[in-house]
Structure formats: C-alpha cells, structure tokens
Design a protein around this ligand. Structure first.
Ligand SMILES: CC(C)(COP(=O)(O)OP(=O)(O)OC[C@H]1O[C@@H](n2cnc3c(N)ncnc32)[C@H](O)[C@@H]1OP(=O)(O)O)[C@@H](O)C(=O)NCCC(=O)NCCS
Length: 201
C-alpha cells in the first residue's frame, strides 16, 4: 500500500478560536508489471501513457472525494483524518474518517465499494458504518453522495447493496438517496430478513 497523497488543511468555514486541522490521505496499490502490460495491450497505450493516465485518475478521484467532504462534512468532522484506500488493482475502494489522535473503533466512520465478481459494470456498496458519536447527523446521506460520485468515476453503471429489514436508519438513508428495493429474502444461515437494493448511475 503506497501513500499517493497526503494533505493537511488548517481552518474551517467558520473559524473557531483554535483552528481545526483535517488530514486527507490517499493510498493505492502500485500497479503491477502485469497490470501495466494489460493496460498497454487493451488500450494500445505506451507505458508512459498508462502511468500518466493513472496519475491523472488518482488526482481526479482524490479531488472529487475531498471536494464533497469540504462542502458537506466539516460541520460534523473537525480534527479528523479522511482516508481513501484503493486496493485489489483498483477494484476495492474504502473510505474512512477517524478523529486525529485516537484509534477507537466506535469513532470510525467508513464504507467500502467493491467490484462484483465477474461483472465490471456492477459495484457492491458494503460495510457502511457511521461512528457512534456521529450518528443521526445526516452523515450516511453525505456518504451516499461520495458513493455515487466515486462509483461513476470508477466506471460502474449499477450499484448494489443489501440491508437487513430491521435496519430502519439504513433503509431510510438508502431510499432517500434514490435506491430501489428489487427483492427480499430470508438468509438461511442467520434467519435475518434481507432487502436487496440497486441504483443505476
Ligand atoms: C445505518 C447508519 C449508517 C445510518 O447513519 P446515520 O448517519 O446515523 O444516518 P442519518 O443521520 O443520515 O439518518 C438517516 C435517516 O435514518 C433516521 N435514523 C437514524 N438513526 C435511526 C435509528 N436508530 N432508528 C430509526 N431511524 C434512524 C434519520 O432520522 C434519517 O431519517 P430522515 O432522513 O427521515 O430524518 C448508522 O446508524 C450505522 O452506522 N449503523 C450501524 C451499521 C449499519 O447498520 N450499517 C448499515 C449496514 S447495511
């Protein structure tokens, strides 16, 4: 995992007495030799073009997430780290926010987007969790903005997610963001009732 970019931002929209700091971090797996060669072959590019394209794409993705955070999340998360991880050759995107100076699990807010196996048009949105101190403040709705923008940039056409039928908060959030419940089932392993949601993007 390589740290591609780190940026410290001091200050906030409304200036408090002591200015808050926020940190943006973007990590990515280095492209393997095999992956570079595949890109060169598939898209008829030179090695330099492949590397340049990746650098430009990383910047665009980073700027998109940073922009949404700056516009929407600063009232809730001051003095926080905003961290992006891309792994498995770019197929998995994880976004995590945690307070600077602590690593308490319940303070972390995060979600993961991961490519559906054998269908590069679909992305699965999973592991959404808003840290306990930050719940009921509209954060999951803001996460929906990031999920959709990032999924579009990553080239997906359809988002898929499962939600437990008793998860009122997540159901409200996902429906408000325009997802459609396309089916329901009972998980025979856990007996939980599950809804399947999709959203075309
Ligand atoms: C589900 C979860 C992500 C929601 O995050 P959140 O940022 O607190 O949600 P929001 O503040 O955006 O609220 C979304 C809606 O749910 C409602 N809501 C929030 N918490 C609720 C609760 N405990 N019970 C009922 N409704 C709730 C809000 O009022 C809001 O409805 P509104 O838009 O009509 O006002 C968060 O509760 C969580 O992390 N839960 C544990 C992990 C989890 O269940 N993840 C989802 C897996 S699919």
């Amino acid at each position: 995992m390589v740290l591609v970019k780190e940026e410290k931002v001091v200050g906030n929209i409304i200036k408090p007495v002591s200015e808050p700091v926020r940190v943006y971090r973007y990590y990515d797996d280095e492209m393997s030799e095999k992956e570079i060669e595949e890109h060169m072959r598939c898209y008829q590019l030179t090695r330099e073009q492949v590397i340049k394209d990746k650098t430009q794409f990383d910047k665009k993705l980073y700027d998109t997430v940073r922009d949404i955070c700056e516009k929407n999340l600063l009232d809730v998360f001051t003095n926080h780290v905003f961290e992006i991880h891309r792994s498995q050759f770019g197929r998995t995107f994880t976004f995590t926010i945690y307070p600077i100076g602590t690593n308490k699990w319940e303070d972390r807010s995060e979600f993961t987007l991961t490519q559906m196996i054998n269908c590069c048009g679909c992305v699965v949105s999973t592991k959404t969790e808003v840290g306990k101190p930050y719940r009921k403040l509209g954060v999951s709705g803001k996460f929906q903005l990031i999920k959709e923008q990032v999924s579009k940039l990553l080239g997906y056409s359809m988002m898929i997610s499962t939600v437990r039928e008793d998860n009122e908060a997540e159901i409200k959030s996902i429906e408000k963001a325009g997802w459609t419940c396309v089916d329901k089932f009972k998980n025979s392993r856990t007996q939980n009732k599950i809804r399947i949601y999709t959203k075309k993007i």
